[in-house]
Design a protein around this ligand. Structure first.
Ligand SMILES: C[S@@+](CC[C@H](N)C(=O)[O-])C[C@H]1O[C@@H](n2cnc3c(N)ncnc32)[C@H](O)[C@@H]1O
Length: 398
């Protein structure tokens, strides 16, 4: 072993001398590239057959039409009202850009009353050719056209994540526990025949943790900016009975409505504009999916747990403050995962808020946990400080 060490150190010295000239980013790039060329064995277990999956668009299913008509009608009504509500509820310049580029089929189908085009978008939003901000199609598409990126994705991102999950988080479950219903035509990684999207591994981890914070039999869970509903889907695998209110921008809410209504055909859904709503509706419905300006109609302390993942930290400061106040007014407990030190800069020089700046009233809420999002460390093999996501759990003081 002694001579192997010495040769290893000499080789590393020579490589490092050259790579240091390229500074830290280049250095890291070469280290990653070396790892990608090695079949790494993270922990024990049988080999993983992992392949990138980047699907072609699929045709909408005519049987979905009644459901899609409901979503289209709710979207139309949400857009009409959104035009009349306070600026605080409008998307930031960053999200306006995403909506303009990725959600063009949604916005234009409404103007043209073209439900076919709308339906086609919903059928394929999970592998959309423009980044929708709510799933990983951009990453998958980039990997699909570059063999090295695909290798990086397989060897450095997905394999370690899945090995880690199998060893520490699976708790006897097999890989099917990481598979989502494919309503949206998602890309990802086929692992031993299971289609797994990069976000699913840690969403399962957080869902398990969040389920552990729930103390009642049929809790009311509310979420702001839930994307297409991944977190609540994984939560349902750990907590079978709950009621859910999702607040979001009208466009992303269409994706959530499609994914969740197709995933839970046995559950009762109320969409915006289908009837006047208040929390008593939750005796008759399991899911309320509403544009975010409706949050002000929630009564005080009616929610058992409010969740927010990677969304408050993307809002303009005034909007974030407003939503956090509404969340603290309406909930008994609050879990969120957002940015610790990375600030977004918007048009007109406004910025987003960092976790420590959220106006959470300390006289009413106690911070129970603050913890780093482990995802980047699990998948990169080294401590890296580029990712600044932390999760927090607060509950009302007794
Ligand atoms: C980065 S995505 C995160 C989605 C999901 N929570 C996840 O972690 O995968 C940000 C979410 O915030 C929502 N969002 C962005 N701007 C918003 C606004 N002004 N009001 C309400 N929701 C907003 C988006 O529609 C989207 O669902």
């Amino acid at each position: 072993m002694g001579y192997k060490r010495r040769i290893g150190h000499w080789t590393a010295d020579i490589l490092a001398a050259g790579l240091r000239l390229g500074k830290q980013k280049t250095y890291r790039f070469f280290l990653d590239a070396l790892w990608e060329r090695y079949q790494v064995s993270y922990g024990d277990g049988p080999p993983l057959e992992a392949h990138l999956w980047c699907p072609d668009p699929i045709r909408p299913d005519a049987a979905d039409r009644p459901l899609v008509e409901r979503i289209f009608s709710a979207y139309r009504q949400a857009k009409q009202t959104q035009g009349q509500v306070d600026r605080l509820y409008q998307p930031s310049s960053m999200w306006k850009n995403i909506l303009r580029t990725a959600y063009q089929d949604v916005t234009e189908s409404l103007q043209a009353n073209d439900i076919e085009r709308f339906h086609s978008f919903l059928t394929n939003f999970g592998s959309w050719h423009q980044p929708t901000g709510i799933e990983e199609s951009r990453l998958i598409r980039q990997c699909a056209i570059d063999r090295h990126k695909a290798l990086h994705f397989e060897q450095k991102i997905m394999t370690p994540l899945i090995r880690w999950w199998l060893k520490f988080e699976s708790d006897g479950r097999d890989l099917s526990a990481l598979v989502m219903p494919n309503h949206g035509n998602f890309g990802g990684m086929s692992v031993n025949g299971h289609l797994i999207s990069p976000g699913s591994v840690f969403t399962d981890v957080y869902a398990r943790m969040i389920a552990g914070f729930l103390e009642t039999d049929r809790p009311l869970i509310a979420e702001l900016g839930g994307g297409f509903g991944r977190l609540v889907y994984f939560l349902s695998r750990h907590q079978s009975d709950f009621r859910y209110i999702g607040f979001d921008l009208p466009e992303t809410l269409c994706c959530a409505s499609y994914f969740l209504m197709k995933t839970f055909p046995e559950k009762r859904f109320l969409l915006y504009g289908e009837r006047e709503w208040d929390v008593t509706c939750l005796d008759d419905f399991d899911f309320l999916l509403l544009p975010s300006f409706e949050i002000s109609k929630l009564p005080d302390q009616c929610v058992d747990l409010f969740i927010n993942e990677n969304s408050l930290g993307e809002l303009e400061a005034a909007a974030c403050e407003h939503y956090v106040r509404e969340i603290c007014r309406t909930t008994k407990a609050f879990w969120h995962r957002n940015h610790e030190c990375r600030r977004f800069l918007f048009e007109r020089g406004t910025t987003s808020l960092l976790n420590r700046e959220y106006p959470i009233p300390q006289d009413r809420f106690v911070r129970v946990v603050r913890y780093a999002d482990l995802r980047p460390y699990v998948r990169s093999d080294y401590l890296e400080c580029r990712s600044d996501m932390f999760w927090y759990y607060y509950r009302l003081r007794k």
